[in-house]
Design a protein around this ligand. Structure first.
Ligand SMILES: [Zn+2]
Length: 254
């Protein structure tokens, strides 16, 4: 599935599970949905050329240079993507497995012990949330420019840490949940995901779809968008499906 499909599926799952935060503030609920949508991009931090790899420019993607015109680009400084990709055994391996999801839970828990760790997790969540918003909104968004995304993420995290913000208990689960939705999205493609990595490398594929094929692009992604709208409208107290079917049936009777 492509970035838009992953983001919409993460947002839909975040919206559908919002009742978990019953009684919490509107800001916390908005952060919950943003984290689900943003972290639905996270597992692709294992390969160059993805949305999440470009999020913070050279910090996530590394520094590549061409020594002569028309020549091959050489990596001179590795980015977070290169490190994650190496640790996770390459694209669609460790980050697309059950172990990868457990790693998210453990890393966030360990990070919550210190102010620096808290700041890093908050910066990652803000950056991913901005990237997700850029994927959903039409046209080129300011946060598509990596210095804007990096600047807002670092500044936002610094302000939150300075104000004494600690990582909420639900954050690690929302992050792992978003990543799990991404894995499910990749599992409906023919490439599948190696859920049991590293002990088992068998790729689980539920449907033989192509990530950039017609069904993913023109059927599943629009349906996810409609689903997001329906859930959001329902939470706002409006029943768009009910209104649609009432209008359809009354028109049919005529
Ligand atoms: Zn993926």
């Amino acid at each position: 599935m492509l970035a838009l499909g992953h983001t919409l599926s993460g947002a839909a799952a975040g919206l559908a599970t919002l009742p978990v935060l019953e009684g919490r503030s509107v800001g916390e609920k908005a952060a919950w949905v943003a984290v689900w949508a943003g972290c639905a991009l996270l597992p692709d931090l294992d390969a160059q050329g993805t949305k999440v790899t470009r999020m913070w420019g050279p910090l996530t993607g590394g520094v590549h240079v061409k020594f002569w015109r028309g020549g091959r680009r050489h990596r001179i400084v590795p980015g977070i993507t290169d490190i994650v990709g190496t640790v996770a055994g390459g694209h669609r391996r460790g980050t697309h497995s059950v172990l990868g999801l457990l790693a998210v839970l453990v890393l966030v828990w360990v990070a919550s012990w210190s102010r620096v760790g808290t700041g890093i997790v908050l910066a990652v969540c803000i950056g991913l949330g901005l990237a997700a918003a850029a994927v959903v909104l039409p046209g080129r968004q300011p946060q598509d420019y990596w210095p804007v995304n990096l600047g807002v993420s670092v500044l936002g995290a610094a302000v939150l840490v300075e104000r004494g913000t600690t990582l909420p208990g639900w954050l690690a689960f929302a992050m792992a949940g978003g990543a799990a939705v991404h894995i499910l999205g990749d599992m409906i493609t023919v490439q599948g995901c190696p859920l049991g990595w590293p002990t088992g490398t068998h790729r689980v594929s539920l449907l033989p779809l192509r990530a950039d094929g017609f069904v993913c692009r023109c059927v599943i992604t629009p349906l996810l968008g409609v689903w997001c709208f329906v859930i959001a409208a329902d939470l706002a107290g409006y029943d768009p499906l009910g209104a649609f079917f009432t209008a359809l049936f009354s028109a049919w009777r005529i």
